[in-house]
Design a protein around this ligand. Structure first.
Ligand code: ACO
Length: 329
């Protein structure tokens, strides 16, 4: 295959489980209030996957939508990358399960583990495969079933997370496409956000065996400060070498962990959050890697991204990890 000069997004898709868990529902489960959750985070409700609905099920549905949106067939896809921290099992990888569920033959499939930054990390990997001419139509999916790794008795974390999946198909493009990417990680501070055991399927089995499954541990306050600084720094690291400023970005599509973090990032970049921040945190909460993927799909669906626009993906999460990517539509 000839080397492609550029790669871009050919299609987007998403899937959100039907069940909605509202802040009022949570008021009946833990000592919390709609007022606290809304003012501290911006979240009003989140989706919760069914007991037998695994991360690969969510991923497969989002993937089918993205393939259709790109005007392609499953047989056109030549690689599957899934960004997740809630894999169905330790192995086989969720991407292999998606490959099987899609009926995508024997194309390469692997997972990327970068928590909330996973979608940007996955896109960066796929971008290289397309630019290098090794792949024509990689599928990048970010899917999470956070509800299986949340401690539903810990009000400090259980109000934050939700389940969902977003997907894109990449391909060679003549103009625009992925303009630049910046990735980073800080393992030294990784203990601020962690979980020992794995998986949507595994934790279900653990419960059946009456073992205490491990759940998310998070030092929210410390993470908050890292998130604001690192998301703003990552954005600048991508746009500055392109000769762009905050005002040149048409839309920022960020990881949706906390509305206060996002407003502070916008302020640091000198952009008006009301105009340039795409937000859906109110409806879905923090879906880890899937947050920015679903937000990107919704921004496209809602016509918020026009031809020629420069869009900035910006994410931060466990690891610690962060990543930003500039894409011209
Ligand atoms: N309802 C009511 N009160 C609560 C709740 C709740 N759900 N949760 C905590 N509180 C209480 C605390 O106990 C504390 O009470 P105290 O003052 O009596 O001790 C008070 O509210 C303030 O708690 P803080 O933790 O200081 O609240 P904060 O304003 O920092 O908000 C939050 C917490 C929302 C977690 C915030 O710190 C945050 O968003 N952090 C960043 C998260 C993030 O970016 N994570 C990385 C991505 S996630 C990933 O990678 C998977």
């Amino acid at each position: 295959m000839a080397e492609a000069a550029k790669s871009g997004i050919l299609g987007v898709g998403k899937y959100l489980p039907e069940r909605i868990l509202t802040n009022s529902d949570l008021e009946r489960m833990v000592e919390t209030s709609d007022e606290w959750i809304t003012t501290r985070t911006g979240i009003k409700e989140r989706r919760i996957a069914g007991e037998n609905e695994t991360t690969s099920d969510l991923a497969t549905k989002a993937a089918r939508n993205a393939i259709e949106d790109a005007g392609l067939q499953v047989s056109d896809i030549d690689m599957i990358i899934v960004a997740t921290i809630t894999s169905d099992n330790l192995f086989p990888s969720t991407s292999c399960m998606v490959q099987s569920k899609l009926g995508a033959g024997t194309i390469p499939a692997f997972d990327v583990s970068a928590a909330c930054s996973g979608f940007v990390y996955g896109l960066a990997v796929a971008d290289q495969f397309v630019k290098g001419g090794l792949c024509k139509h990689p599928l990048v999916i970010a899917a999470e079933k956070m509800s299986t790794i949340v401690n539903w008795e810990d009000r400090g974390t259980c109000v934050l997370f939700g389940d969902g999946a977003g997907a894109v198909v990449l391909g060679p493009v003549e103009e625009g496409g992925i303009l630049g990417v910046h990735l980073g990680a800080d393992g030294v501070n990784g203990q601020l956000l962690k979980m020992k055991s794995v998986g949507s399927y595994d934790s279900g089995l653990a419960r059946q065996a009456a073992r205490e499954p491990d759940t998310i541990f998070m030092e929210g306050n410390a993470l908050f400060k890292h998130a604001v600084k690192l998301m703003a720094d990552a954005a600048v690291a991508v746009i500055e070498p392109l000769g762009l400023k905050g005002e040149d970005i048409s839309l920022i599509v960020p990881h949706q962990a906390n509305i206060r973090i996002l407003n502070m990032v916008a302020k640091r970049l000198g952009v008006n959050p009301d105009e340039k921040l795409f937000l859906n945190i109110e409806k879905y909460g923090n879906m880890s890697a899937a947050s920015s993927a679903v937000a990107f799909a919704e921004a496209v669906e809602e016509g918020r991204i026009k031809k020629g626009d420069v869009v900035l993906l910006d994410a931060f999460g466990g690891g610690l990890t962060w990543g930003a990517m500039a894409i011209q539509w």
